[in-house]
Design a protein around this ligand. Structure first.
Ligand code: 13P
Ligand code: SF4
Length: 326
């Protein structure tokens, strides 16, 4: 038996004994996705976390995802195998004390345009636009969700914005997702200058190079990519949206404009199709922290427990529930 098989067996055994469920995001390492009960995008995993019957949820992903599970399922023990698995974009926007993106992200330059620069906090933006609803991407902290009207994910962002009964919306924190929403809604979008360092690094010349190397392949891109990439994509969607599109498409070759962990699910589901990463370095180091060893340790020691104080959990749940109800 290989080390992977031994570890997997021990995890599965312990999981049954403790009535635990393992959820893994589509960007997780291959072996972690393979032992999960459910893999999915942020929206699917939130829905499962809200409805699943178990005592323990082991969330193989980054901290905001485990936090959302803890917000939605306070009666369950939610565990994050690697406590340092964070999402830098989620930590960019704060409720009241501004983040210095320049010192935290060397090379960061304010993009200007319609976005608010990072010295603005969520409360500053709300004060400048009284009565305008705040649509918050799930890639945010519980505190930020608690100050928001409604959440969205990459799978439902335009639908959520269109469901609101106003002409203007505030969208935080991703400037690229906000630009994509603005492109696809009639509402005015007030945005903030956050970004995902994995998706934002890809540009139009990368698309040209990939298209030249793989002529005829369709480009699927995540809305966290820049508009110069989205403009050239054949389809823009969430990670599970890409899985669905590749499954249903007659095309045989695809260039994948998102974190490379998604390639595992794509290749597993479509052995007759070929998938190329848009860029090989589209790797989220935080998503890759979780290993089979850390999942096993997490189940054995019941660490790390993710809990959200009630005064934050209740308003944050309201924003997540509004999204889940649409
Ligand atoms: P999805 O919701 O599309 O899976 O995206 C989550 C994420 O973190 C993208 O970088
Ligand atoms: Fe955050 Fe980007 Fe990693 Fe997704 S890929 S978890 S947005 S840093």
């Amino acid at each position: 038996m290989t080390d992977t098989a031994i570890l997997s067996d021990r995890i599965l055994d312990l999981k049954v004994k403790k009535n635990a469920i393992i959820l893994a995001h589509n960007y997780q390492r291959e072996e972690v996705q393979d032992i999960a009960d459910h893999t999915g995008d942020s929206l699917e995993l939130s829905r499962i976390a809200a409805s699943i019957d178990c005592d323990i949820i082991v969330f193989c992903g980054v901290n905001f995802m485990a936090e959302s599970a803890a917000i939605l399922s306070p009666d369950k023990l939610v565990l994050l195998p690697e406590i340092k698995s964070c999402c830098p974009m989620a930590d960019m926007v704060t409720v009241s004390s501004a983040r210095n993106l320049k010192s935290n992200f060397p090379g960061y330059e304010y993009t200007g345009g319609y976005t608010y620069p990072p010295e603005f906090t969520l409360r500053d933006i709300k004060k400048l636009h009284p009565g305008v609803p705040v649509v918050t991407y799930v890639n945010t902290t519980a505190e930020v969700k608690a100050e928001s009207d409604i959440c969205c994910t990459s799978a439902n962002a335009v639908k959520i914005v269109d469901s609101l009964d106003t002409d203007k919306v505030i969208c935080i924190p991703d400037r690229n997702l906000s630009a994509w929403i603005a492109r696809n809604t009639k509402k005015e979008v007030i945005a903030w200058d956050g970004f995902c360092h994995v998706h934002d690094r890809v540009n139009a010349p990368d698309v040209a190079k990939a298209r030249q190397e793989h002529p005829g392949a369709l480009l699927l891109a995540h809305p966290e990519c820049r508009m110069e990439v989205l403009d050239k994509a054949d389809h823009v969607t969430s990670t599970s949206g890409m899985l669905r599109y590749a499954r249903e498409s007659d095309a045989k070759q695809f260039i994948i404009g998102t974190e490379t962990g998604l390639m595992h699910g794509l290749r597993k589901e479509n052995p007759d199709k070929t998938f190329y990463p848009l860029r090989k370095d589209m790797v989220c180091p935080n998503m890759k922290r979780t290993s089979l060893n850390s999942v096993l340790h997490c189940l054995e020691s019941e660490t790390y427990k993710i809990r959200v104080p009630e005064e934050i959990r209740v308003p944050a749940k309201r924003a997540l529930d509004r999204m889940l109800n649409i």
